[in-house]
Design a protein around this ligand. Sequence first.
Ligand code: WT7
Length: 637
Amino acid sequence: MSYPFQIKSIEQYHAAYKKSVADPEGFWGEVAGSFYWRKRWDKVLDWNFKDPDIKWFSGGKLNITENCLDRHLGTLGNKPAIIWESNDPDEHHRVLTYRDLYQKVVQFANVLKNNGVKKGDRVCIYMGMVPELAIAVLATARIGAVHSVIFGGFSAQSIADRLQDAQSEFIVTCDGAYRGNKDIPLKSVIDDALVQCRFVKKVVVLTRTRIPVSMIKGRDLWWEDEIKKVETMGNPDCPAEEMNAEDPLFILYTSGSTGKPKGVVHTCGGYMVYTTYSFVNVFQYNPGDIHFCTADIGWITGHSYIVYGPLCAGATSVLFEGVPTWPDAGRFWDIVDKYKVNVLYTAPTAIRSLMSYGLGPVHSHDLSSLKVLGSVGEPINEEAWHWYDENIGKGKCPIVDTWWQTETGGILISNLAGVTPSKASYATWPLPGIQPVLVDESGNELEGNGVSGNLCIKFPWPSIIRTTYNDHERCRTNYFATYPGMYFTGDGCLRDESGYYRITGRVDDVLNVSGHRIGTAEVENAINMHAGVIESAVVGYPHDIKGQGIYVYVIYGNTHGDENLTRQDIAQTVSRIIGPIARPDKIQFVSGLPKTRSGKIMRRILRKIAEGEIDNIGDTSALLDPSVVEEIKKGRL
Ligand code: WT7
């Protein structure tokens, strides 16, 4: 397989960029031409950002799994599609060739069909990082159903919210999941969620950890039994459902600055084209390379750069069940060495955590297969960038700092490995087709170099968010209304004197904890549900490993008893309501919160205190009761 759209020199990058702006339809039409369409599109792009209403490749018909699987069988049938590394380094790894993966996807697609799943139905997938997770995702797409993958670190309540929002009647899960020394009881969490979701018809359960699970007659089914059933039925085929380019492919929930998580919707055609295009160009993937993205498929990074992008490109993708520090901090390097990984794509939080173990675990492994390193999820600090460059890349592997979001579907700003220049802690330049603009608070475009502002994108790209599930108005107000005519990212950004982009972090009330997006309002809602809590305010503060930590100020009514126990109780409530990923790091009890006369909490002040900038609080004259600030400063944790 070769990629006619692969950019191989800086001149080609500039030419592609120029063309993508001058003639976007011509540009993307050409890229899309190298995919397999059942029927070619009539129109490359129709759009307005006002509603928003964005259509790529209208009239085109396809199934993304034919592009991920069927199309490769002739040439790559015996090549590994997925290499699976168990959490347990002593358990044998699994290799699924393109033919194996195809057969397993087809089988499971038939299982879904047999259980009544139809085109357009939402299938919720809550599994650990086993090959069957990728199989379930692809099987859902094959029959034209819509997957909604939920990360294993979310609680029963979060699952119930997502099941209800998407009205998912079908669930695929595991008995349990291994992660490091933990054994997570996934099915039991699902059971707790289902107490509130009586509309769920079927739960398919894959055996992984074999912890005891309850199986309800008529509703709960073992994956293995269902596979046997379709095997005895004889027909090993499952023709891919013909989808319109703009039919939904999946929903993925993500946090915003207000309310409950929203279901970001991506559609079949544009998502396929953009994830593959960006995969090949950013990582400079060449046929035969081994690609290792360490994300979980529960996040967009896993969707786009473990499953869809790599498989559409006919790549070999490593799927790792475990965590970077178990059984020791050499686990990633062990995997790189074992499978001769060429491209390693991970998160700054993982790099920082591994840095803290020193170089011992690095030096005991051969990393010479590495050609390209990637970073994603949060700004990478210079120290981590240089450590990654010197000790992992040995100074010879370009690092791609890839900026993007759940809503963007694929990487929008990044250097192209070895093709365009890199710069420590800069995402650098936009990919072809991406037109970034920086705006000031009132929405005026800041032109020229050496400016900072809010990052917007002024023209659609093929994998842009289409809607938020069941609530199009929320999509409009969240992303397209702040600065009319533009998609607003929620990030602050600097364009330096040479025109390189550096993402400076969120400008809204969204935290980025270990690369996970968490809304402060969501955490406050959970804390306020705890008995005894009168009011709370949540802010982020710099955390050495996680990037940001969660700092909570609580007004607590009933102060008898042990403060530390109460802190743990509050943290437990957050774990229950959202999931362990949102567990607060610090909880400070206060008697009041800094509020304006109109009752608005002045978060700026709370943020400064949490960050330790107590002497630099700024103006407090607008506060109803400035004395509360002194008390909060004194009690800082
Ligand atoms: C937010 C999106 C994109 C997949 C993982 C996270 C931050 C992401 C970078 C980067 C600086 C980054 C932004 C963005 N972010 N990548 N390379 N440099 N910041 O997806 O959960 O949708 O979060 O992550 O703040 O808005 P997500």
